[in-house]
Design a protein around this ligand. Sequence first.
Ligand SMILES: Cc1cc2nc3c(=O)[nH]c(=O)nc-3n(C[C@H](O)[C@H](O)[C@H](O)COP(=O)(O)O)c2cc1C
Length: 269
Amino acid sequence: MPENAAGVLARFRQMPNDSRAKTLIVALLLCLVCSVVVSTAAVRLKPLQVANADLDRKRNILQVAGLLREDRGIEDLFANIETRIVDLDTGKYTDAVESGNYDQRRAARDPALSEVLTGDEDVANIGRRAKYATVYLVRENGALKTLVLPVHGYGLWSTLYGFLALQGDTRSVFGLQFYDHAETPGLGGEVDNPNWRAQWRGKLVFDEQNRPRLEVVKGRVTPGPDERYQVDGLAGATLTSVGVSKLLRFWLGERGFGPYLANVREGMQ
Ligand SMILES: Cc1cc2nc3c(=O)[nH]c(=O)nc-3n(C[C@H](O)[C@H](O)[C@H](O)COP(=O)(O)O)c2cc1C
């Protein structure tokens, strides 16, 4: 050890243990060591986190499309799903970005890859919307069986991120599932309740003029002509319920997947 360093160490050891300077030096050294350990762990674990997040996204897509099975691996099952990128303005498929690397959530924060939503347009309270969206298609004998669309919008405390699965005719729901939100467990968090989620299957999405009609009502759905478009409200969580209705209205509308769904219906996509 160099003489200087040895001298410093010797002086440090001679300091009384209850001296203010020694306490501060020990605390600082401890912070330094801990921060190095934490940063190294964060950097080393990053690829694993990314891979796990990707697997979780695939698991959610398979689940909302009714394809998740215990006896088969996620990657294996996901191989049957076709992933495409849609230009939301034109409603057409595009190769402008590569589907394997495209992160729609990140793109929505990037001015080059997103658009600002002005007051009336921003029904879902999201501020910006990515120009391109990733959609997932499940085909059976060549025909579209299920179409999974990423959706998000603001609830009460958080932005809810999820997937809406439509039947191949794009007119009725197969499932709705959120994978990321911070609504209160037992209140807004009941969006994850399987009983509530089960209500969505078969509900109609558009009215006769192809305007989005799907919604969560306050309280219970009352029998009548509108019930085919409606799902019960979450008890004590009207604000989250309204958030879900609004995000569906946005993503099924003109600034969301409206143009794309019209193209799919007309057989142009
Ligand atoms: C601690 C706390 C957490 C709440 N969390 C939610 C929530 O996650 N979602 C929600 O819509 N309302 C939540 N609420 C209730 C709202 O403030 C509001 O009262 C409610 O949405 C009104 O719904 P209701 O008309 O069905 O009672 C929470 C209230 C409290 C006190």
